[in-house]
Design a binder for this molecule. Structure first.
Ligand SMILES: [Zn+2]
Length: 291
């Protein structure tokens, strides 16, 4: 499933072909993806100038001159292809379909490019929301801070975790604590900060709810792992062999995720990566250097 860095990479790939251009026509080739398209879906997009392309958690936000926002989610298998432009947005480590039968939404841009949304499993979706109603939008309401934004820091994370009896892993996957983090990057960030995924989330705060050193280390690790992944996505953008559905480039840089029984990459650590199940998800970590 695409995670935050993949979505950000897609955003950066689409931005140059969408922002500032006008949508001449949109084709919705089915009645639904994960949800039915709104009855006026194409009507609210046709002829609109795109004023900005943003992201909130794993949602792409296409701002239109009309004051509407097209909210797009890639789901499990959604991806974009751009025809008639030099760049194609990156696909990262999840396989990407190019089967035309799965091209469900097509944007014809006035500047020439055609942008295709392909989604074999159809867990992705698109919804138009008025900008003025975004605060009340159920999809976005209650999301925690962006992990790469200024609002997210050790004090904020400690306050959100203070008194929580859940594991640190579960707390970081909670979208109300921090938005857009998924299983892969939580495992990777915990390894980088040498914190055990089984540790209680409450240990990020002291008795006065102030951040402990653990919280500071973890915030730095979360930012670093996301930034590294976005950087790696940026390089796969320039490599067209990587964007044609092959497993991506950046997977090679995982330290623990999907590396069960391999040697821990921490210098001088003699541990081996272990896989456990927390909730219903696999956790990968080093029981020796993650405490
Ligand atoms: Zn280790």
């Amino acid at each position: 499933m695409p995670e935050l860095p993949e979505v950000e990479t897609v955003r950066r790939g689409l931005q140059p072909v969408m922002e500032g251009d006008r949508i001449t026509r949109v084709e919705a080739r089915r009645a639904d993806l994960r949800f039915p398209f709104q009855a006026d879906f194409t009507k609210r997009l046709d002829g609109q100038i795109i004023t900005g392309l943003g992201r909130r958690a794993k949602y792409l936000l296409v701002d239109l001159a009309s004051g509407d926002v097209l909210v797009m989610h890639l789901g499990m298998s959604g991806s974009f292809r751009v025809v008639g432009a030099p760049k194609t947005p990156g696909s990262f480590h999840y396989p990407r379909s190019e089967e035309r039968a799965h091209d469900h939404v097509v944007f014809h841009m006035a500047g020439g490019p055609v942008i295709l949304f392909n989604d074999p499993r159809r867990f992705g979706f698109m919804k138009i929301v008025a900008r003025a109603a975004m605060d009340r939008e159920p999809l976005l309401k209650g999301l925690g801070p962006e992990p790469l934004g200024n609002e997210f820091d050790a004090a904020m994370l400690a306050a959100a975790c203070a008194g929580k009896k859940t594991s640190l892993k579960a707390a970081l996957l909670d979208q109300r604590v921090v938005a857009g983090l998924g299983n892969i990057y939580v495992c990777e960030a915990l390894h980088r900060s040498h914190l055990s995924p089984r540790r209680s989330a409450s240990t990020l705060a002291d008795r006065k709810q102030a951040p402990t050193d653990h919280a500071k280390r973890l915030v730095n690790s979360i930012r670093a792992v996301l930034n590294d992944a976005i950087k790696a996505g940026g390089s796969s953008l320039r490599d067209h062999r990587q964007t044609n559905g092959e497993l991506g480039y950046f997977q090679k840089s995982f330290r623990v995720y999907d590396r069960e029984a391999q040697k821990c990459p921490t210098p001088k650590c003699k541990g081996r990566i272990k896989r456990i199940v927390q909730g219903t998800r696999s956790t990968f970590f080093c029981p020796v250097c993650q405490k």
